[in-house]
Structure formats: C-alpha cells, structure tokens
Write a protein that binds this ligand. Structure first.
Ligand code: AHM
Ligand code: MG
Length: 340
C-alpha cells in the first residue's frame, strides 16, 4: 500500500495558516519549525536511551534541587542552540537553567518572540522506557525591539501567550501546538522525518471519565481535593462511574491523553508543599493555554492559571486542568469543602 503523502507537514501547515494573515512576517512559523527541528533531534536520542550510555544522572543538581539526567541536559542544549542559531527568538528561559538567556546579537535582538520551555518533562521515567515530553510557551516580548530581552519579557501572565505546545515522545512522537485560534496535532512520520498533521482542530471533550492524580499524596491534600477524588470513585454507574484513575507521572502524556479522551489532571498542593510541584511558566501556563483553546479549563484551585501574574521564573503552583464538566465538579468540591 502506498502511504498517503498528501497530508500537510508542520511547515506546510504553519505556512498555509500564514496565508490568512497577509501582514504576518512568518516569524512564528520559523520559530515553530526550529522547535520541531530541536525536538526531532531529542527524539532520536530518546529512542536510543536504552541502547547507549546516555542514561543516568549527570551528577549535577538543577535549580529545582533535582538531579539532572543526561538526556535532560542534551535536550536543553538542543533547544537553546537551535533557537539561538535561528532568527525568530530573542531569548529563552528553561526549567533547567537558573536564569533566562538573552541571545543578544544583532539578529536575535530584532526578534519579537521569547520562548520558555521544559526541555524534558517526566525525565524520572527515562530509565524505564515510559513516555516523556517537551513543553514550550511563546510570548511576544514587551521590551523594545533591537535591544536584548529582559526578565519582564518572561514574567508575563499566561493569557499573553502567542502559542504553546508540547512534544510527546511516546509510542509515536507527536507535536501538538496551540495558537489563540486552534490546537493541532502532528505525528512524526519516521519515513520522511517530518511532523504530519494527524489531529486537526483538537477539542477537549466537555466531560470525561479519567482522573489523573498522584494517589500516594492523598492524605497530604486539602479536604476539597480529597472530596473530589472521593466523588470520582463513588460515581454511580448511570453517572458514568466509577471514574478511571490514570497517572503516568509524565504530565505531557497524562494531559495529552485527557485532552483527547476527556478527563482531569491534578497536581494539588500538599501539606508540606502548598504550591505543589509544577512550574507555572514552563509546565502549567502552556498546558492551561492549550487546554483552554481546546475548550477546557485550568485553575490553581481558586483562579485561572492564565491570569496569575508571575513573580519568579521558577515559581510553582497547584494545577488542575481538564474537561469543563469535571473542572466544575472539582470547583464545587473545593468551594464547599470544610477542612476535616
Ligand atoms: P519534572 O519536570 O522533574 O520531570 O517533574 C514534573 C513531572 C510531571 O511530568 C509529572 O506530572 C509530575 O512530575 C509527577 O510528579 P510526582 O511523581 O510527584 O507525582
Ligand atoms: Mg518538568
């Protein structure tokens, strides 16, 4: 059988989208192409992870106080160098780096975008061959064109994102990205080394039956979260229950599945870590943007993630994201819960 080669590649798709905006410069398309290129390089290494001596810890500790795996470092370097060599990014901030990096050369200073990313999320899963991912977020800089970018360019609220996306290195490799208009998914065709449009115009189902949370932390959650988990487990059959618990421990895969099938993903605060584990800028904002464009919702339990004004590059936040109806149920539990 001759495979269907008429599907749009990522480049073709972004260029075609440009045609609807005669004044667009194409800078965002170029930036997405660069991200696609870096992710293809990372993908090659991820696929070899079991074969070559790339597993294990580099031995250093990242700014979050966690051990850095070799592949994290490789992924980070790929994204930084591809974007730095490109012409569409003025600077980056990464979960793996203490501070943002202003590319600060004549060409980069003329770029209007900055990019924030988690180069390899869920890296604790590398050694055991479980899906991992890259998450990215793109903003228009607020500092003056022609100058090096500054911290304020990165500390914007999520609502200002121009685009956001993720790559999941799973049973196949997929790149999903959202602009304000739509969310589209592209699967890597290894035969031609291109991301091909496989999931056009992704919509998050209004409701679902999957809830994703680290149950091990159950007794450390607030009463409202416990109550919601209880609700998921006690749904009657005629209400579609009990809901199914699915938690990979790789947020990219967990949220990707729930986005396609309908569901809710939660990383609440715990008694010892009231702000939870996930980073607002590198993990929560991009997913909040993607899921909201797809029709779902994301909050920190009290407000929209996208409305939080960040104060630090590496700040964390409790995170709840998913299908509208499930989010409504969660919000009801949080609002009516009395601490017990
Ligand atoms: P990482 O950025 O160090 O990989 O951590 C983020 C990951 C998420 O992908 C996942 O949802 C979460 O950590 C799982 O954490 P836990 O093991 O505490 O449930
Ligand atoms: Mg991460």
């Amino acid at each position: 059988m001759i495979p269907n080669r008429t599907v749009l590649t990522l480049d073709e798709f972004t260029i075609q989208s440009l045609r609807q905006f005669p004044h667009a410069t194409g800078e965002l398309s170029t930036l997405l192409r660069d991200i696609g290129l870096a992710s293809k390089r990372v993908n090659v290494e991820v696929n070899k992870a079991g074969l070559v001596d790339i597993l294990g810890d580099v031995g250093t500790v990242n700014v979050q106080g966690e051990e850095v795996k070799k592949l994290d470092e490789y992924a980070n370097n790929q994204f930084v160098s591809v974007l730095q060599r490109g012409v569409s990014c003025a600077g980056i901030a990464s979960e793996e780096l203490d501070d943002f990096v202003a590319f600060d050369d004549e060409v980069s200073n003329q770029s209007k975008y900055v990019c924030l990313f988690d180069p390899l999320d869920g890296s604790g899963n590398i050694d055991v061959n479980v899906s991992i991912g890259t998450i990215f977020s793109i903003y228009r800089r607020i500092s003056k064109l022609g100058t090096p970018v500054v911290k304020e360019d990165f500390l914007q609220k999520g609502r200002n994102q121009v685009a956001a996306g993720y790559i999941v290195y799973g049973s196949s490799t997929m790149l999903v990205y959202a602009t304000k208009r739509s969310v589209n998914g592209f699967t890597l065709d290894p035969a031609i080394g291109e991301f091909c449009l496989s999931h056009p115009n992704i919509k998050c189902p209004e409701s679902g039956k999957i809830y994703s949370v680290n149950h091990g932390n159950f007794f450390l959650y607030d009463y409202g979260v416990k109550k919601y988990i209880d609700t998921c487990q006690n749904k009657r059959k005629e209400q579609g229950g009990p809901y199914t618990q699915r938690y990979i421990g790789s947020m990219v895969s967990d949220v990707h599945r729930n986005l396609i099938k309908g569901g809710i993903f939660m990383y609440p605060g715990t008694t010892d870590k009231p702000k939870g584990k996930l980073r607002l800028l590198y993990e929560c904002n991009p997913f909040a943007f993607i899921v909201e464009v797809a029709g779902g919702k994301a909050t920190n339990g009290t407000m929209h993630i996208l409305d939080i004004e960040p104060t630090e590059l590496h700040e964390r936040t409790p995170f709840f994201v998913g299908s509208n109806k499930m989010m409504e149920e969660l919000e009801h539990c949080l609002a009516t819960a009395k601490e017990k």
